[in-house]
Design a protein around this ligand. Structure first.
Ligand code: DGY
Length: 418
């Protein structure tokens, strides 16, 4: 038994413990439901030891799909008092109590990685999932594009809740009428690691607006104060389209529509290039203002199949500033806050996606260095939700599903290659 075997067992144990039967919660207490992109990564972890359970995770996620194709960011399968805002606040309109927004579309990409472990089983499972994934991607193309780049309508939709990418859009919101509410996140985790009250008032205000409008996309678009074209969504959807097209072709499906979407998104990704910053950046659609942030989402360009020499130099420059990369914001940015969620910390799932992209670009040494550094972080600090990039200090929730999953599927020396 090697040192890594012990960590593998711990990681499997975390997935089993967070398994609620067909779906996995990110961690008990802080996130007691099924989260969209967390589940997709969880599936990659399960695929290392239980392929059927891996497919099941993704299938359960799609049982929450709305008739308009949207796949919600939270499915409230079973009640839990410990989370706010509950489904009563969200008032989602799908088949399962849910939120009213989506999350970065990584399911098709994780499905393709799982598919490749056993293409015969994968083809059988994807037969059922393919049209659902296409419908979800079509919903993004219909409702979330600005000049071909994918926008978020709530910071929670990008998964990077308190990233500086939304500061301009958030400042334009006056959260009148939000009323009294009791946050639950800060009873599970120290408030210095979580978004501020200023942020939360605006998160809830946006949820209340959507609920009031019955989550009708056309009505919400009209006069929306919050619409930001973002690298996370644009790059993950572009990559997911490419992976879906490959699986579609293997299934003998017509992939023409997907190929068309790929062209649109490639053009859209170019609109996220901030010349002054020399980096892919978020663009506030209403004001036209750039976020000016070299975030870890900026480095998902390679994952989306897009290369620019400037990004390679920037990557090395950012890594040189920290002990553990890739920080969600580099210390050279005066908004950096090493423990506060998406304003500095390192996230294993982002590292996995960045490494997949680096490897695709032929930067195999960089991809391997990032894997080894992520493995080191987890081995030293445990399966935390995220980590301080300066010293690796663990932060947020513990026994975290997606950290365990990326360990099993990628970071562990025993991982069978992604
Ligand atoms: C939360 O509750 O903090 C989540 O990030 C929302 O998705």
């Amino acid at each position: 038994m090697t040192w890594a075997d012990g960590f593998d067992e711990q990681a499997r144990e975390i997935l089993r413990r967070n398994d609620r039967g067909g779906y996995t919660i990110p961690t008990s207490g802080l996130y007691p439901y099924q989260w969209n992109w967390d589940s997709a990564f969880a599936a990659l972890g399960f695929a290392q030891f239980d392929l059927d359970r891996a497919w099941c995770e993704i299938e359960t996620l799609f049982t929450g799909q709305w008739t308009n194709g949207m796949v919600p960011h939270i499915l409230f399968h079973a009640p839990d008092e410990g989370y706010f805002p509950s489904h009563e606040v969200w008032q989602g309109t799908g088949p399962i109590p849910s939120s009213g927004i989506s999350q970065p579309p990584v399911a098709a990409t994780m499905a393709r990685l799982i598919y490749e472990r056993d293409p015969e089983i994968g083809a059988a499972r994807m037969e059922m999932l393919f049209d659902k994934m296409v419908a979800w991607h079509r919903w993004f193309m219909a409702w979330r594009l600005d000049r071909g780049a994918v926008c978020v309508t709530h910071p929670w939709e990008a998964g990077r809740d308190n990233a500086p990418d939304w500061d301009v859009a958030m400042a334009a919101i006056t959260p009148d009428g939000v009323g009294e509410y009791k946050r639950r996140d800060t009873s599970h985790v120290d408030s210095s690691m979580r978004p501020t009250k200023y942020d939360y008032d605006r998160y809830i205000w946006l949820v209340q607006r959507g609920a009031r409008l019955g989550w009708d996309e056309a009505a919400m678009l009209d006069g929306t104060p919050f619409r930001v074209a973002d690298p996370t969504m644009t790059f993950t959807l572009l990559r997911a389209m490419r992976d879906l097209a490959v699986m579609g072709a293997a299934l003998g499906r017509d992939t023409g529509e997907i190929e068309g979407w790929i062209k649109v998104l490639e053009a859209g990704a170019a609109t996220l290039w901030n010349d002054d910053l020399g980096c892919y950046d978020s663009r506030d659609v209403r004001s036209g203002t750039w976020a000016g942030a070299v975030s870890n989402a900026s480095f998902l360009c390679w994952y989306a199949g897009i290369d620019r020499p400037e990004m390679r130099d920037l990557y090395r420059d950012v890594l040189a500033q920290v002990k553990y990369g890739v920080p969600s914001l580099p210390p050279s940015d005066d908004r950096f806050d090493g423990k506060r969620y998406w304003r500095g910390p390192v996230w294993g799932v982002m590292n996995l996606m960045i490494a997949l992209g680096l490897a695709d670009m032929g930067l195999t040494d960089e991809a391997e260095a990032l894997r080894a550094s992520t493995a080191d972080l987890v081995a030293q600090q445990g399966f935390a939700e995220y980590f301080d990039p300066r010293d690796g200090g663990p932060a947020g929730g513990s026994s975290f599903t997606w950290t365990a999953a990326i360990w099993l599927g990628w970071a562990s020396p025993n991982a069978q290659g992604v």
